[in-house]
Ligand binder design. Structure first.
Ligand code: CMP
Length: 140
């Protein structure tokens, strides 16, 4: 297995409820290391560009509004198979389908306010990490 890095975002529904520490514990207990982290307020342009692949979807405008409704925590997670591992730890996108013990099962409010984002493949992980972090901000 390869050591990978993946981009994680703790979303506004979770920062509003002060869940950053509980979510970080899920990542660390699940074998991932938080090798970069910053709390920011995304701009509309940043959120639209980050989720550009979803621009044609009916939920795009609501998703962008939600993602700028409060601070987010941007993170780089590192570990064996980190991209797939993080997706296991997060659980299904829709919390109604998420497995017991996952972040979305325990904390998500809805398919939109689903507490966390994680990259879905190596290429997107590299793009998403580079979108938010300079190499010098990531310390493994
Ligand atoms: P995320 O992993 O951040 O990627 C895109 C986001 O769009 C997704 O999580 C959800 O929060 C949000 N979203 C809202 N509605 C839907 C939907 N019907 N299907 C998929 N994603 C949705």
């Amino acid at each position: 297995m390869a050591v990978e890095r993946t981009l994680s975002i703790i979303k506004p529904d979770a920062t509003r409820r002060n869940l950053t520490g509980k979510i970080n514990a899920k990542f660390e207990d699940g074998g991932l290391r938080i090798v970069a982290q910053k709390r920011v307020q995304l701009s509309q342009a940043q959120a639209e560009s980050f989720y550009g692949v979803h621009r044609e979807r009916g939920f795009f405008n609501d998703l962008v509004s939600f993602m700028i409704s409060g601070p987010v925590v941007l993170q780089v997670l590192e570990g064996e198979n980190a991209i797939a591992r993080n997706r296991e730890i997060m659980g299904a996108t829709n919390p109604a389908n998420a497995a017991e013990g996952t972040i979305r099962k325990e904390f998500a409010e809805s398919i939109e306010a689903n507490s966390v984002h994680g990259s879905d493949a190596p290429e997107t992980a590299a793009q998403e990490i580079a979108y938010f972090f300079a190499g010098s901000e990531i310390v493994g």
